[in-house]
Design a protein around this ligand. Structure first.
Ligand SMILES: Cc1cc2nc3c(=O)[nH]c(=O)nc-3n(C[C@H](O)[C@H](O)[C@H](O)COP(=O)(O)O)c2cc1C
Length: 206
């Protein structure tokens, strides 16, 4: 079936994109508001864009009334944020943090989580996260009803037990987001597929 997004509603197109581009990693973002309160919310329009420089992107939609979400407002005001990654033990807390809390009420308290100071940015990170990325805002780009946040990763925090020799990360299994609105997957079902060169492909018996 061919589906022309120009002939469909935003709601239909959201359904299509979020059910086809899967699984998506989840950026569980801590940011600071103007009163110093820690804000926490998950975003699955998220990915890493490259390693030199180390950039990540997050797409934050406006609220239905057209107002920016607290995370977008905080990142633009302060110029930094932390992406915490969501493992299965944190799934329930992540879901609580996605509720539409008022800006003056911290999602952390509701989700029984604690923030610890970051090293290079003002926004704190979650103590319970197995991995967190301290980010400085590189650029924020409004695109329609969304804001594309491009962040530069300036510090990694990874639980000691996950880091092996030569910085190999082992047994890290963050949750992925599948179809909208609330389907997730584990990343524990893994296999290896070694890369091949053109010469190896040419030599292969076919
Ligand atoms: C798993 C998950 C992923 C989400 N991904 C996004 C996203 O990519 N972009 C977005 O604007 N909202 C996303 N949301 C909704 C926000 O988390 C929600 O609007 C939240 O209340 C925003 O909080 P804030 O106002 O504190 O920033 C997602 C929610 C969940 C549960």
């Amino acid at each position: 079936m061919q589906i022309d997004p120009a002939r469909h509603s935003n709601a239909d197109n959201y359904k299509l994109i979020t059910n086809l581009v899967i699984p998506r990693p989840i950026a569980w973002v801590t940011s600071l508001n103007d009163k110093g309160l820690v804000n926490l919310a998950p975003f699955s329009f998220f990915n890493a864009m490259g390693s030199d420089p180390l950039y990540i992107v997050i797409g934050i939609g406006n609220r239905d009334e057209g107002e920016p979400k607290d995370t977008a407002r905080n990142i633009q005001a302060n110029g930094d944020f932390v992406v915490n990654l969501v493992t299965e033990d944190l799934l329930e807390a992540m879901n609580i943090s996605a509720a539409d809390f008022p800006a003056d009420e911290s999602e952390l308290t509701a989700a029984k989580l604690h923030a610890v100071p970051s090293t290079l940015v003002k926004a704190p990170r979650l103590s319970a996260a197995q991995a967190s990325l301290e980010c400085k805002l590189f650029q924020s780009q409004p695109i329609g009803a969304n804001t594309l946040m491009i962040g530069e990763v300036v510090m990694f925090h990874v639980a000691d037990h996950l880091v092996g020799p030569r910085l190999h990360v082992n047994n890290f299994a963050p949750i992925g987001r599948l179809g909208s609105p609330s389907v997730y997957c584990r990343t524990t079902d893994r296999f290896e597929l070694p890369r091949i060169t053109y010469a190896q492909w040419k030599q292969a018996d076919r």
